[in-house]
Structures are given as C-alpha cells and as structure tokens.
Design a protein around this ligand. Structure first.
Ligand code: GLA
Length: 381
C-alpha cells in the first residue's frame, strides 16, 4: 500500500515501525500512513489513514472522522473487520447512517432542535422528524478533519482537529475540537475528546461505530452477549426523546446487568422496545461521570470468541441495535446490511440534556475544557 506518512519531524514519505519486545512477545507498532480515499463534489479530497498496534488495525477517514475499518483478531488469531462501513466515499456522503462517524456537536437528539442557554434561545436544524439528531444535517460526521499521526512510547494513533465556527448548525461559540485515537500495546483503542469554546455552548461528542464482532457483513449480532453496568435508563417518547424520567431496568427487557444475548428480548412486546423498533436507549451508567474511564460494558461473540470491553468517563451509553438498517445498501465487503446486523454503544451525556435540567450538564463555558475518554479493549474468550 502507498505510504504517505506525514507527522511531527517526519517530512515526506516514510514508514515508522518500532519492534518492541514485551514479555517475550514482539509487537509491531506502526503508523502506516495515508492514502487518497475519494473526492467530494466540491473537489475536496478525503484521505484514509491507517495505524496498527500489531493486533488491531484502525483506518480513519479525514471525512467525518469516520472509523472505516477496525481489524481485530479472533480466538484463533484470524482477523476480521468488526466495524460496518463502506469502501467508497460516495456511499458515506449519500446514505451513511453515521457508520463509524465522529458525532458532534451534540450526540443524539435535541427536542425540536431548540434549547435555551443563559436566557438566549437557539434553533438548530431539524433533521430527524421534529428533532435535531447528531448535531444537525451537516454535523461533524460530514466535515473534513485535519489528521496528524503520532507515536508516543509504545502507543500509536491519530489526532483529528477542527475548528467549528460560531453558529455552525445553530450552536453558539467557536468550538476548537481535538479527537485523539490511540492504539495501545495492551490491545486497546482509546478515544480522547477535548474541546474549548469562546461563548457558552453545549457539547456532547461521541463515536458511532457499528460493531459486529463476527465481522461486518457476516449477519446478525443477535447471538452476541451484552452486559451493561446500568440499573436505570432514560425512557423515550415516540420521537425517541427522553421523557425526563430515569426508569429502573429491573424486570424489563432493558436489564443487561448480567450478560444477555441481544436477540433474547429484541422482539419483546414491551412499549419501549416497540417505540424504538429494538434497543435504542440511553443507559444511565451506575458509575456516573468519572474523571478516569471506568468499565461499563462487555460484549462477547461466542462464535468468534471476540470480546469488547468498554470503559468511559461518560455518564451514559446509547445501546442501539441498528434498527434502521433495511437492506437497501451493501457495505465494505459487498454484502447487504440488515436490521440487527450490528450494535452501537455510543458513550455520551444523555440525549436532550440541554432541555432536561435534571440530567448531567452538557454546558461548556469559555475558560473550561470539555474532556471525555472512552477505551475499547479487545480480547478473546
Ligand atoms: C443513534 C440514535 C438512533 C439512530 C442512530 C443513527 O443511535 O439513537 O435512533 O438515529 O443514531 O441511525
């Protein structure tokens, strides 16, 4: 593959590779570089960047900060891409349901696309029924990001940066955003988000990877077993806006406090499941907001043996079972994606927090730094 590495102190084409010996194992850490991925209608070019820690290989697009590929070994060491996506930029532009995307300025829905902050009303685009979803119709998932590769000790990764101008998609304040993907030697894929503003605003950033631990295009994830450390969730109305109540998962299909197959209650005649056409709910993580990432969820694919463990600083996670995939397009491997072919665990603050005073605050003020971290650790069983 073409290696057009650009990075600190690394002018021109170059390939970085460090062979590291740890506990008797050699681990190859590499920033493999970038390739041209496609060109937008306005002539803007989009790149695809590849980094690897010897176990996981991560490919990220400058378009939308999209995680396009996530190659992970199974229990026999066979690698598969566990992230749904496309091989073509045009597919991302015309019909991506946020595959792998960097979501901002506000993950999930804001009711009516409206909120009031310090007495000033703000109107955002309405792009999902009557509501604003994932930051509006041209959110962070549709912007070109500056990408800088790095190696730091035994880690390697990509830093994505962008300035979102004051008023973009109706949000107040110039927002300086940095999203850093790091692959660690321990098998983790870590995302650190930081942002600052010059006017009071609201921020809720996340990543929208659709996982299938058996490999994208391999069929449904109904057999995957999910565990989420949440005794409560935020029930929604028919537009998927939280009612404001925190409901107990106990005795309901939303109880994932012990590992449970996704398919077991997916078709339960339970009002919340019917409203969302499956699981599409924000879980109130028992640990709340934390300064350091804490473990919140585990997903296991019994067939491949792949295990995904998620730790986060965030107070919520949107568990979504790809209910809106309808078989109308094919993905990276050329196979059609259908409902239930993936799951998302979008770590976040709660949906519609700007209109819900009792939810943890998403307000960011000048002089403060928005800082959240989510760590995905892959293993096998
Ligand atoms: C989030 C939402 C879902 C859906 C997806 C994107 O997970 O909660 O309702 O909109 O994003 O398709």
């Amino acid at each position: 593959m073409a290696a057009g590495h650009q990075g600190p102190g690394a002018a021109g084409r170059r390939r970085l590779r460090h062979l590291q010996q740890a506990q008797g194992w050699f681990v190859a850490i590499s920033v493999i570089g970038k390739e041209h991925f496609g060109t937008l209608d306005d002539g803007t070019k989009a790149d695809i960047w590849t980094v690897s820690n010897g176990g996981i290989t991560l490919k990220v697009l400058s378009y939308g900060g999209v995680v396009q590929t996530l190659d992970v070994p199974d229990r026999d060491g066979r690698t598969a891409n566990v992230s749904l996506g496309f091989g073509d930029l045009g597919d991302y532009v015309t019909h991506s349901p946020y595959f792998g995307a960097l979501i901002g300025r506000y993950g999930n829905r804001i009711a009516g696309g409206r909120f009031t902050l310090d007495g000033t009303a703000h109107q955002l685009p309405v792009n999902n029924g009557p509501n604003c979803l994932h930051g509006g119709d041209r959110g962070f998932d549709r912007r070109i990001w500056d990408v800088e590769p790095f190696t730091a000790g035994e880690d390697t990764g990509l830093a994505l940066r962008r300035t979102s101008p004051d008023g973009e998609m109706g949000f107040p304040g110039t927002l300086e955003v940095e999203v850093v993907h790091t692959l660690t030697r321990g098998g983790a894929w870590r995302i650190d988000y930081t942002a600052t503003t010059d006017r009071a605003t609201v921020v809720n950033l996340t990543n929208h990877t659709y996982f299938n631990l058996a490999g994208e295009g391999s069929g449904s994830v109904h057999d995957h077993r999910v565990e989420i450390a949440a005794a409560r969730y935020t029930p929604v109305d028919s537009d998927l806006i939280p009612t404001g109540r925190l409901a107990a998962v106990e005795g309901s299909p939303l109880d994932f406090r012990r590992p449970k197959a996704i398919g077991r209650d997916l078709r339960a005649a339970y009002r919340q499941i019917v409203l969302a056409n499956g699981f599409d709910h924000n879980f109130v993580l028992d640990k709340g907001v934390t300064a350091e990432p804490e473990h919140v969820a585990t997903v296991t694919d019994p067939a491949s043996g792949r295990v995904l463990r998620i730790a986060t600083t965030e107070p919520g996670v949107q568990f979504y079972t790809a209910n809106f995939l309808d078989g109308s397009f094919a993905g990276t491997s050329g196979r059609v994606y259908r409902q239930g072919d993936a799951f998302c665990l979008e770590t976040q603050h709660f949906p519609d927090s700007p209109n819900q005073p009792s939810f943890p605050s998403t307000v960011l003020r000048p002089g403060e730094t928005y800082r959240t971290t989510t760590v995905h650790t892959f293993g096998t069983c």
